[in-house]
Ligand binder design. Sequence first.
Ligand code: ADP
Ligand code: MG
Length: 226
Amino acid sequence: MIKFNNVTKIYPRDTVVLQDISFEIKEGEFVSIVGKSGAGKSTLVHLILGLEVPTSGEVYFKDVNLNNANSSQIQEIRRKIGVIHQDYKLLPQKTVYENVAYIMQVEGRENKEIAVEVPKVLEVIGLENKINNFPNQLSGGEQQRLAIARAFVNNPDIIIADEPTGNLDPYNSYEVILLLQKINKAGKTVILATHDREIINKLGKRVVTIENGKILRDEAEGRFII
Ligand SMILES: Nc1ncnc2c1ncn2[C@@H]1O[C@H](COP(=O)(O)OP(=O)(O)O)[C@@H](O)[C@H]1O
Ligand SMILES: [Mg+2]
């Protein structure tokens, strides 16, 4: 589904972040991309989203080489990916319900459909009792769960979570990981970029470890041992 072919990424001023990286992510996988802060995890995510281009090598999304993709192809690919960030990127003036509904409205979904879907999604993330709260009336864990709802409400093929637990305590981190596992079990491909070794060790899923621009390890049931 996603393929990196000998990808090197060098930022201006000669920062070599990724060096000749090759790997593949298959449909339905749960893959953690781990490494220290500055290892290049977010760069890798940005390459998948077409927000950065490789200095050399190719990134494929399905059969599309992102190097040659035009802007409408890139748009199409981004619509198939739900992204979750460390800072939750919620709309502060909108309620929990409206934060999710808005994402569907932007996609042009019908009001009737929105009224049916949003309560279902809020139940999945466990916020069905907080539909009228504003983001600042939620805990950090609840805010991140709402951000996850926004990422999957339009039914993307892939969820990419870039340090989703970066601002959370262990309990809320665990809740977020459980939710990502639930989404994966529902058939979505999940890519989790993190430097949080606690959560990785609990997952028992594929772990790709990046260090010094290279893939140090790629293990089916990896542990994070830098
Ligand atoms: N847009 C950019 N321009 C120049 N350097 C960047 C840019 N983005 C990231 N970097 C550098 O690339 C390295 C990897 O960054 P990043 O991919 O954000 O790592 P991680 O997400 O693993 O913490 C860091 O040294 C960072 O300073
Ligand atoms: Mg990062």
